[in-house]
Design a protein around this ligand. Structure first.
Ligand SMILES: [Zn+2]
Ligand SMILES: [Zn+2]
Length: 211
């Protein structure tokens, strides 16, 4: 016959109704104590893209998940143990979750751009290259990987890009032997004492109307 030991919680003094000899805290107090030790973290997810903010900085995740819980587990490299009213609890953290708009997305909605790629050529060429550029931008993990707008112009399309680096990467993938490539810069102002310019890349299909 097992005799239940009469034990009391060292924190609140309540009697502990358990036969486990190692227990020093009652159930409520042990939950409380665990939570008190957990680090509280505020996580903001961009409602428009997949970036997240911790503290003051926005980060681009290593992996993109469509499931928010898996996404959070990946960010913190910890399993979620509980869903809270304010967010999630993991082994060591209380994660308060909020939604917002990241810097990149607010730039994008403000029409921000650093580079223009001018595609010139046949309809087939335009369609194919536009699609290729859109997917290259989407797959790049660089900052400001967005297209602000695509404008149809006479003889082609102008693609406005959030980042010069991405534009450069795209243009570099085109072969000079196959296409006419030109680069020009438009100076558009001074920011923090530095000249700021935008870059314009021309990618033209070689063919009948070559000038
Ligand atoms: Zn207690
Ligand atoms: Zn965003």
């Amino acid at each position: 016959m097992i005799m239940a030991l009469r034990k009391y919680c060292i924190r609140c003094g309540k009697q502990i109704l358990s036969e486990k000899p190692i227990l020093l805290l009652c159930r409520e107090c042990s939950i409380k104590e665990k939570n008190e030790k957990k680090e509280e973290i505020s996580l903001v997810l961009c409602r428009e893209c997949f970036r997240y903010r911790l503290g003051k900085r926005w980060y681009t995740p290593r992996t993109i998940f469509d499931n928010v819980e898996r996404y959070i587990e990946d960010i913190f490299n910890e399993k979620i143990v509980k869903i809270l009213r304010v967010g999630y609890e993991t082994g060591s953290k209380i994660i308060k979750l909020n939604y917002g708009i990241c810097d990149e997305c607010s730039r994008m909605y403000g029409g921000y751009y650093e580079a223009i790629i001018q595609l010139r050529g046949s309809d087939d060429f335009l369609e194919r290259e536009e699609e290729k550029i859109i997917s290259m931008v989407r797959l790049s993990y660089m900052p400001r990987n967005f297209i602000s707008k695509i404008v149809k112009v006479k003889g082609g399309k102008d693609i406005y890009l959030g980042s010069k680096k991405i534009a450069y990467k795209i243009v570099r993938s085109y072969d000079k032997k196959q296409y006419i490539l030109k680069t020009s810069h438009i100076f558009y102002g001074i920011k923090d004492g530095k000249r700021v310019s935008r870059v314009v890349y021309l990618i033209k299909e070689k063919g009948v109307n070559d000038g």
